[in-house]
Design a protein around this ligand. Structure first.
Ligand code: FMN
Length: 180
């Protein structure tokens, strides 16, 4: 998977944006996407995400530090702003920024101030959405990548329609990369 030449079909502009070799992203699953799994995905050429929803600063510090030791590949931290008490959310973001995290993946309600907070710190923002309206809000808020979640998804499901149809409709209204 490593050193894949630029002209190979699996190498898409999303790979250049995220710094991965193939456009395959690990979902930032809370309680599941810990550093071992995320680093394995990143080291295999995909894009790793740590699922850190509502986790403590201590755990986030340990997970991010272990991830950084296990891979030199870029990765994101997944948080769910609307499901996190504001003080904890701010502490989570500040902790990640202090540790040198360069990308965040958010989910559920789009909270523009949270997107702006990490964009202003120079980070990439991936935003998972379940509707076209949420995709528009995420783009307006400054997201760099939209992730379309279909109704068939596992975990907490915001999607109201099948993922591929949703992704096509989102793609029709944006120039951003759209991930299923
Ligand atoms: C066990 C589990 C936990 C999840 N936790 C999160 C989470 O914390 N944050 C998030 O953005 N998405 C979470 N998701 C949803 C995924 O991001 C994604 O939408 C979903 O896995 C796609 O469905 P699929 O796994 O059936 O393809 C979770 C999914 C699963 C299966």
């Amino acid at each position: 998977m490593m050193d894949r030449p630029n002209d190979e079909p699996l190498r898409t502009p999303l790979c250049d944006l995220l710094g991965c070799e193939v456009p395959i992203l690990l979902a930032g699953m809370g309680g599941v996407s810990r550093w071992e799994l995320a680093a394995a995905v990143a080291n295999a050429g995909g894009y790793g995400m740590l699922g850190m929803v509502r986790e403590s600063i201590d755990l986030i510090t340990r997970e991010v530090t272990a991830m950084q030791a296990a891979t030199d590949r870029p990765f994101a931290v997944n948080l769910i702003p609307a499901a996190t008490e504001p003080q904890l959310l701010e502490a989570q973001i500040a902790c990640c920024l202090d540790l040198g995290v360069t990308a965040f993946c958010f989910f559920w309600d789009v909270m523009p101030d949270v997107v702006a907070r990490v964009k202003n710190a120079g980070c990439l923002v991936l935003h998972q959405v379940g509707t076209e309206a949420a995709a528009r809000l995420a783009e307006e808020a400054g997201a760099d990548v939209i992730i379309a979640q279909g109704i068939e998804a596992g975990g907490h499901v915001h999607g109201r329609s099948p993922a591929f149809g949703l992704a096509e409709r989102i793609l029709a209204g944006t120039d951003l990369p759209v991930v299923v």
